[in-house]
Write a protein that binds this ligand. Sequence first.
Ligand SMILES: CCCCC/C=C\C/C=C\C/C=C\C/C=C\CCCC(=O)SCCNC(=O)CCNC(=O)[C@H](O)C(C)(C)COP(=O)(O)OP(=O)(O)OC[C@H]1O[C@@H](n2cnc3c(N)ncnc32)[C@H](O)[C@@H]1OP(=O)(O)O
Length: 248
Amino acid sequence: MAKSLGHFSSLVSFTKTQLSRQCARLFFRTSVRRTVMRAVPSILSPKARDFSLPNPSWGDEMMRLYNHYNQQGGVDPEGGGEQGGRWTRLPSYNRSLKYAIGGVYLSKIIQSKARLFTRNIQQAGAAFEYVVFYTNDKQRCVCVLQAGHLLEGPPGHVHGGAIATMIDTVTGSHASLLCAPVMTANLNVNYRSPIPLGSTVLIESTLGEQEGRKMFVSCKISSSDGSKLHTEATALFVSVGVSHLLRG
Ligand SMILES: CCCCC/C=C\C/C=C\C/C=C\C/C=C\CCCC(=O)SCCNC(=O)CCNC(=O)[C@H](O)C(C)(C)COP(=O)(O)OP(=O)(O)OC[C@H]1O[C@@H](n2cnc3c(N)ncnc32)[C@H](O)[C@@H]1OP(=O)(O)O
């Protein structure tokens, strides 16, 4: 009896040692993994950051318009609600290719360090803060843009190149919704009135004619209350094969 008890207690202490070793190993592995994950979250994080969600840099006007379009069944303030006027938010990542279906391998082949131009400034609110919504029928898109202080052109106002960038981005995203991948073949911009730095504006994109691979899109930028027209533009997008992107 005493012998079998001794056997039992040595078995327990052996199991305890094994368990504590395993726990220590597990703890070590977990804490190492946690440290690595903390150190390089952008590489290992399984979840991509969606830049079109609110962040603390968004001002009252940006938030008001975001909430307006984001509400389920939110309708166009200009009354286009019946014609596909429900708005859906378009997620936005800084690696559009990587997060497209089948794009993860292409993004490695093309350029692993590539980041979307409008989403690569670290400081929230410093440059392009924007969110794009599209209608059910995908005929229209609206973008709410808050233009940060790094986008200055004429003193106190937004740079024309930054405005053209946003027009290209919104109309390009719009064309991509219907036929990705696309490339801008032509962009015409008429600057009607300057956009104050720091202001929130609306960029509206409307799909025009579609002829084979060609998609014509028109666009206007107005003040957030719609009272002032800032910019008008037309764009032509041509849908391309993936091989066109690989050719360089
Ligand atoms: C799995 C992959 C997924 C990838 C996509 C993933 C995600 C996308 C999602 C979101 C994207 C996010 C944000 C979007 C942000 C920004 C968008 C930015 C887009 C750009 O910033 S992009 C850079 C600037 N862009 C270029 O760097 C283009 C250089 N260029 C070329 O690459 C070629 O030039 C091309 C492809 C345009 C055409 O070349 P091509 O050989 O394919 O076709 P071709 O020449 O035959 O033209 C076909 C028909 O278009 C007519 N046509 C052509 N060009 C014209 C012009 N300028 N004016 C009037 N008509 C024109 C022709 O007259 C003919 O018309 P027709 O058929 O009637 O004869």
